[in-house]
Design a binder for this molecule. Structure first.
Ligand SMILES: Cc1cc2nc3c(=O)[nH]c(=O)nc-3n(C[C@H](O)[C@H](O)[C@H](O)COP(=O)(O)OP(=O)(O)OC[C@H]3O[C@@H](n4cnc5c(N)ncnc54)[C@H](O)[C@@H]3O)c2cc1C
Length: 462
């Protein structure tokens, strides 16, 4: 793993099972929510299926910016409010770092928006005009890596896990974190929620879903209202270290961030359902890195984020006492902290900005029409998965798809290929040697053990 940090020991009472607020997920969203609730007098706990910071946040590139691709031209009339929300979020991050004295290698570096295709230069021009109408002063940038684009100076980068470690320390005397505690079900009984977990049953009045991808379909049909976007990141030491972060507006992603003497380069972004030969895409992204930076990458990883069908995050109330923060579209540093602040305000019945902009229950034209396109994508991925040709042999046992795979130690693994989450057919990831869901991104080890949700069960071996 590229990012590494030490986390403080949280030695609070682990026998307690009744809380006012339970937060599911110890990534940037969950820890930020706990941070804003820590002095509220409420009994708050965090449950995570793995270790603190072991989810999407540990694989991010951690750019903190409001220059997020060509989002403002896409959002139209909602762009000003979204821009303001991102400015507020950046302010919140800076406040937390200063107040808690968090050493997370925060650095102010310009962020750049660029295009490598002339036909898309108008998008840069348009984004510049919109930003100027918000009283920003974007400047013109030219260099050999990004050719031409615009930049803003009031943006940052940091070490994401050191930031999470600082948040963990600040809550360590008030909020217990239950690691290795997988939540498999939430149900309402009288006025409380009952959470079934791998560590027994927990009870809470308020529940915060901060687990990146909600593991349930209802309420709110999240899998229908969002899609998963995957991206590949490569990193290597380079001599030519830039003092900026950058992202382009073209179809093929080029995202650049520097950390110490490394460059982190994101590329090959695709809707999860559209290119299900994941192993092949690892290799493609490594080749692209070599072409762009002239070096073989020392680190390669994939990561995925959730995108809502109207491109705005989903943050807020799902039910009276059930809250969520997700669908950050690859911009979870700002939106994760903002979600923490907003959800804490809602739990505490304080006034809260952006409630209607980010309402997770919102229905609008793009949400509605793109849901149908999303369903088509799921069906296509499902069909494609039947034709995937790869090392494992595929067999049908009692009509159900299974795979048999012989690993390098000649151990034979036989697993049922039906994803326990929503019954999509899994595909083999030849790079990581995992079974991956092409619809919602769950991942399983060769022997079928659950690696990453939204699924909450391992694969059947029968
Ligand atoms: C390649 C890539 C690059 C990115 N770069 C940037 C960037 O430069 N700037 C930026 O702002 N954003 C970036 N992002 C987006 C950002 O990283 C994410 O939006 C953000 O980290 C999500 O944080 P989270 O807390 O919501 O989720 P996570 O960090 O995934 O935390 C969720 C936690 O919930 C736990 N969990 C899941 N299911 C359960 C369950 N059933 N029971 C218990 N626990 C559970 C997981 O173990 C995990 O620890 C990038 C994303 C990608 C894919």
């Amino acid at each position: 793993m590229f990012w590494k940090a030490k986390f403080p020991i949280n030695s609070l009472n682990y026998n307690e099972k009744f809380f006012d607020v339970i937060i599911i997920g110890a990534g940037i969203t969950g820890l930020s929510t706990a941070y804003y609730l820590k002095d509220s007098g409420l009994k708050v706990a965090i449950l995570d299926q793995g270790k603190v910071g072991s989810g999407i946040t540990c694989k991010t590139t951690a750019k903190i910016t409001f220059l997020q691709g060509d989002i403002y031209q896409k959002l139209g009339s909602r762009s000003k409010e979204y821009y303001q929300s991102q400015k507020d979020a950046i302010w919140e991050i800076l406040q937390i770092i200063e107040k808690e004295d968090i050493s997370c290698e925060l650095e102010q570096v310009p962020s750049i928006l660029f295009s490598l295709e002339e036909k898309n230069n108008y998008k840069i021009e348009l984004e510049k005009k919109i930003l100027e109408s918000f009283d920003e002063r974007p400047f013109i940038v030219e260099n050999d890596k990004i050719q031409s684009g615009i930049g803003i100076s009031n943006s940052y980068v940091f070490h994401p896990l050191k930031f999470l470690s600082g948040l963990s320390l600040s809550i360590s005397t008030t909020v217990p974190i239950f690691e290795n505690t997988l939540v498999t079900e939430i149900r309402k009984e009288n006025s409380n929620y009952i959470l079934s977990t791998s560590r027994g049953v927990f009870h809470a009045r308020d529940v915060v879903i901060a687990c990146h991808y909600p593991f349930f379909l209802l309420p709110n049909l999240f899998p229908v209202r969002t899609y998963v976007q995957r991206e590949y990141v490569n990193a290597a030491k380079v001599l030519d270290i830039g003092k900026y972060s950058a992202i382009n507006v073209d179809e093929d992603l080029h995202s650049i961030r520097y950390y110490q003497d490394y460059v982190l380069y994101g590329s090959n972004r695709h809707r999860l359902t559209s290119q299900i030969d994941f192993g092949k895409h690892y290799e493609k992204s490594r080749k692209e890195f070599k072409q762009y930076f002239g070096k073989i990458p020392s680190y390669t990883w994939d990561n995925q984020d959730i995108v809502s069908h109207d491109l705005l995050p989903m943050i807020g109330r799902v039910e009276q006492h059930l809250f969520i923060g997700t669908a950050y579209r690859g911009w979870g540093m700002t939106n994760g902290v903002l979600a923490g602040k907003m959800i804490a305000n809602l739990v505490l019945h304080k006034s809260c900005s952006y409630v209607s902009l980010f309402d997770p229950k919102r229905i609008n034209f793009s949400m509605f029409s793109n849901s149908f396109i999303g369903l088509f994508h799921y069906m296509k991925a499902y069909t494609d998965s039947f034709f995937q040709k790869n090392n494992p042999s595929y067999v049908r046992i009692h009509g159900v798809a299974h795979a048999i795979y012989e690993d390098e130690e000649h151990e034979i693994h036989k697993v049922c290929l039906v994803c326990p989450h929503m019954k999509c057919q899994l595909v083999f990831n030849s790079y990581d040697k995992t079974w991956d869901c092409p619809c919602h991104g769950s991942r399983f080890l060769l022997d079928g053990t659950l690696l990453k949700g939204p699924a909450t069960k391992s694969l059947s071996k029968k």
